[in-house]
Ligand binder design. Structure first.
Ligand code: ZN
Length: 222
């Protein structure tokens, strides 16, 4: 446990970029350059939100609702627009080869089946090989892939795949734990029940000691 917490370079990671780190690479994988399948048309989205409310029998003339369609459109636009970021990596000069784990990263996304939020925390870890990625960037990766219509399993896999492709580490582990409003607010009303998904690769998957270290840090017995 103590070994794993030895993420001794967060100060460097927070600074994030070139200066203090010597030879930083800015990596923008091809699938990050185009993040959206289409442009957002706020006027159309506002009209569509108004139509939806009408179809649901809502009296849009009531106090407080006049601006609601436009607010709905803006809110969804924000939730579906990933923030661009540069996955800056830097050389692992000290040969650090223990797990690096960012714990309990808060995230929220929209389920593609109901367009309702699911929110929770992510645990993202990797075992470095030649390159390191700033800790703050691990959270950015999660946020980036969360801001689109998603299913939790795919979000988990996309975060793991991105880190694998960007860093070529010796192992990657991603655990997501989330509550889906489409489950907790309706149907069985399983309030508070949380869904856990994981994606493990390389040594985090294959080496029993590393695997259990990571899963213990992620608070799961999966
Ligand atoms: Zn759903």
């Amino acid at each position: 446990m103590s070994e794993i917490q030895k993420t001794a370079w967060p100060e460097q990671a927070e600074q994030g970029d070139q200066d203090s780190l010597g030879e930083a690479d800015v990596v923008t994988p091809p699938h990050l350059r185009v993040v959206s399948t289409g442009t957002i048309d706020l006027d159309r989205a506002t009209q569509a939100a108004a139509d939806l409310l009408d179809a649901l029998g809502v009296d849009r003339d009531a106090d407080g609702l006049t601006e609601t369609p436009a607010r709905v459109a803006r809110a969804y636009a924000e939730l579906l627009t990933p923030e661009p970021f540069e996955a800056t990596t830097f050389a692992n000069d000290e040969g650090y080869d223990e797990l690096v784990v960012a714990r309990a990263i808060p995230f929220s996304s929209l389920c593609e089946h109901h367009v309702l939020p699911f929110t929770g925390v992510a645990y993202v870890g990797y075992i470095p090989d030649e390159r390191l990625l700033g800790l703050s960037k691990l959270a950015r990766v999660v946020d980036h892939f969360a801001r689109r219509l998603q299913v939790q399993e795919r979000l988990t896999a996309q975060v793991a795949n991105f880190i694998e492709e960007t860093l070529r580490p010796k192992g990657v582990g991603v655990v997501l734990e989330a509550e889906h409003l489409c489950m907790s607010l309706r149907g069985v009303r399983s309030n508070g029940s949380r869904t856990v998904t994981s994606a493990l690769k390389g040594l985090v998957r294959d080496d029993p000691r590393t695997r259990s270290e990571f899963l213990a840090l992620a608070g799961t017995r999966a």
